[in-house]
Design a protein. Sequence first.
Length: 230
Amino acid sequence: MIRRASITVAVILFGLVFASLAANHVGHQSLPPLAKRYVELVPQDLGAPNVITGILLTYRAFDTLGEVAVLFMVAAGVGLVLKTRKRRSKKSPETQPRQASEIVQTGAQILVPLIAIFAAYIIMNGHLSAGGGFQGGAVIASSVLLLLLADPQQRLDLDFLSSTESIAGVLFVLVGVAGLILADGFLDNRVLPLGEFGAFFSAGAIPLLSVLLGVKVGCELSVIIDRFRA
């Protein structure tokens, strides 16, 4: 009884704190100087309507490369630890995952292709609207998760995923090196023509970098999901 009362009091206090923060919050009426500068500079300099994607894949592209490298190390570490544990543990027939229901299997057959198309749309239009490589790669991994939930016995081709991820990473770096040779710096998107502002083929190398990033992130997250299976 005392424990429940303490939890109730704590929840009420947290609610009052968050309510006071929300009530006193006042949004910015105008952009800070740095943000305003980026909003003006990205469309003019990079030819990308999506300011966020322009920053992540050009001005902060080296940081983005580091982030996907960290994600690769996470995938490798998870795979190493869980693979070792799986070798030590012997599965009995009782511990095998149960087959998913017909509803889940049918739903996966319908939704997985739609999710894959949506992921491709997010990646390919990242320079024009909300989206990009990271978001599209996460959506790809969600379709893989649904596929494994529908068929627990399904085995992913980890060698193919690893090879594809490595090739995407190498090409990403090569595009960056091309920026040093053909443009003004590492991962400068102007190695390709900027094209017409707002067109599908525009913003230089940003769409290409977005595709490579989406493939890399999708493969890495898919490997992590597969390794966490029992």
